[in-house]
Design a protein around this ligand. Structure first.
Ligand code: SF4
Length: 248
């Protein structure tokens, strides 16, 4: 949308083709930034500008059925909520978007107390009682990342965890929050928020790839908890943390 607005503001006609029903993609699931900015307000404003721009034509629920031509002279057929449209255009910008990774470990999908960071953010925003009143929350970092399948750092999840940890500490300062990490990579000035979380008693415990945390659902004195066991390299001991919720 930013790109469409930039091109349209230079006087070129833009056809914005969106496969979903609404514009915004994953940003629709992000409510606040680490710096405290309101993402939904920003997004609403962006969508409004796009729809109101006389040179931008939006097609939602769209799929591209045919694309031919060459640089400077493309013809693309789009099937959308407006029917079938043939668009002649000189250039194309491909915005691939992003899907959230769904973990295959740590009881994700088997126990509804295990959430992704976006699901956690959603529950925080909705003020879900069970989460907000939790005594404890464990976050596990680098899930499905920096391993053989995906040998890179996603660069956003450490900041996302710190963001949600700080938000929860603001709402419920008594909640015990543990972040199990391999390396904390809060890039650039985000490091300040890492320090802030540490000062607010968020506990950081490092783990190694060959000794990952283990999670099991158990009962402790009649209370159902998720038991997370992890080796603390500083203490040199195996810790067992009983938690009400887990984010990965
Ligand atoms: S180091 Fe942090 S930002 Fe990088 S993949 Fe792991 S959790 Fe994500």
């Amino acid at each position: 949308m930013t790109c469409a607005l930039s091109i349209a503001n230079q006087g070129h006609e833009v056809y914005l083709v969106e496969k979903d029903t609404d514009l915004g993609g994953t940003a629709r699931r992000i409510h606040y930034t680490l710096e405290g900015l309101d993402v939904q307000a920003y997004l609403r404003d962006l969508v409004r500008k796009v729809y109101q721009h006389p040179l931008i034509h939006v097609y939602t629920d769209a799929i591209i059925t045919e694309a031919t031509g060459y640089v400077g002279n493309f013809v693309t057929k789009v099937k959308s909520d407006r029917g079938v449209t043939e668009i002649k255009h000189g250039a194309a910008v491909i915005a691939i978007g992003a899907d959230e990774y769904k973990p295959t470990e740590y009881l994700y999908g088997e126990d509804d107390r295990v959430l992704t960071q976006l699901e956690l953010e959603d529950q925080i925003t909705k003020g879900e009682d069970r989460l907000i009143n939790s005594q404890s929350l464990v976050m596990i970092q680098c899930v499905g990342c920096r391993n053989e399948d995906r040998n890179y750092c996603a660069r956003i999840c450490c900041s996302q965890s710190i963001k949600n940890a700080l938000k929860l500490k603001e709402i419920n300062p008594k909640m015990d929050i543990y972040i199990l990490f391999r390396d904390m990579r809060t890039y650039g000035f985000s490091e300040d928020y890492y320090r802030e979380a540490s000062n607010k008693d968020v506990k950081f415990i490092r783990y190694e790839l060959d000794d990952k945390p283990q999670v099991e659902a158990v009962e402790e004195e009649g209370r159902p908890v998720l038991r997370v066991t992890v080796t603390d390299p500083i203490l040199g001991k195996r810790l067992a943390i009983d938690t009400d919720s887990l984010a990965s």
